[in-house]
Design a protein around this ligand. Structure first.
Ligand code: SIN
Length: 273
């Protein structure tokens, strides 16, 4: 694919590309917007360095790609901005969000299309890993693809967020669970992706309990194959924008007791099919 208004440098053959030549605090022209969208579709996750965005500019960038999603049960820590999910850790943290491989909020009936994480303060360490779910699907054998093609899986927020119960006074807090196809079709590219994740997926209802546990564990390990991955090393004011339909990610909490702080804007998606 050729790009006229941005530069795109692939990180690994698995996934990920670093985008330069764009200031995300400014309104994007149509061609630049389309090229950023194309790069996201091609590489599953894209990265930007040295960006300086206000909260409104961060949200405006997200809105170019769709309506903004509000997390069903995360604490809302930025007054007047429920769409901002704060990602933070410091000397008091014992764990961080997203330490298991996952696709964001896959427990929602209509899980988010994408997430835009803007890290203001980066520690030494604290990388995020990403994995390409087209590649994960395509690497399966034909008999396995045929079996999985007829199955659904349950994604339950209680698996990912049990510790959040009672953690905030949000009156609208919800802990959704949804059933999605194990293999979904990407609505833009039309390609198939593997869509179960260790963070949220609990079971495959069409299988017996022990079959479901064994098949899911095999798929979770398969998804973690290094060939499908890239690893992003944050600097202050970097942005990662991932497509939750074609990529999974995992946060690495290896930097205690240093501080890490950022804001995530999440773009709404549609019902997997
Ligand atoms: C997340 O799952 O959105 C958090 C990723 C990170 O903190 O690197």
């Amino acid at each position: 694919m050729s790009y006229q208004t941005i530069q795109v440098r692939r990180l690994t053959p698995g996934c990920g590309a670093l985008i330069s030549g764009v200031d995300l605090s400014q309104d994007l022209g149509n061609q630049q917007f389309e090229e950023i969208h194309d790069a996201l579709m091609q590489h599953c996750v894209i990265f930007f360095r040295d960006q300086h965005l206000t909260i409104e500019q961060h949200k405006d960038f997200g809105r170019r790609f769709g309506a903004l999603h509000v997390h069903p049960n995360a604490p809302q820590l930025v007054p007047e901005h429920p769409e901002i999910l704060v990602i933070k850790a410091d000397e008091n943290s014992t764990r961080v969000a997203g330490e298991s491989w996952h696709s964001d909020v896959s427990c929602d009936p209509e899980p988010p299309m994408g997430s835009i994480l803007y890290i203001h303060q980066a520690p030494d360490g604290g990388d995020t890993m990403f994995a390409n779910m087209y590649a994960a699907y395509e690497a399966l054998s034909e008999p396995m693809k045929a079996m999985l093609g007829g199955l659904t899986a349950v994604h339950d927020s209680n698996k990912a967020h049990p510790y959040r119960k009672g953690a905030t006074d949000r009156g609208d807090m919800a802990f959704p669970a949804s059933e999605h196809p194990v293999v979904r079709t990407h609505p833009v590219t039309g390609r198939k992706v593997l869509y179960v994740d260790r963070g949220f997926t609990t079971h495959i209802p069409q299988l017996k309990k022990h079959e479901s546990a064994a098949v899911l564990e095999m798929l979770f390990r398969h998804i973690e194959t290094p060939h499908f991955q890239c690893r992003f090393q944050w600097e202050n004011n970097s942005i990662a924008f991932w497509d939750n339909r074609s990529a999974q990610h995992q946060a690495i909490f290896d930097y205690f007791p240093q501080k890490r702080y950022g804001h995530r804007v999440t773009v709404a998606g549609d019902r997997p099919y």
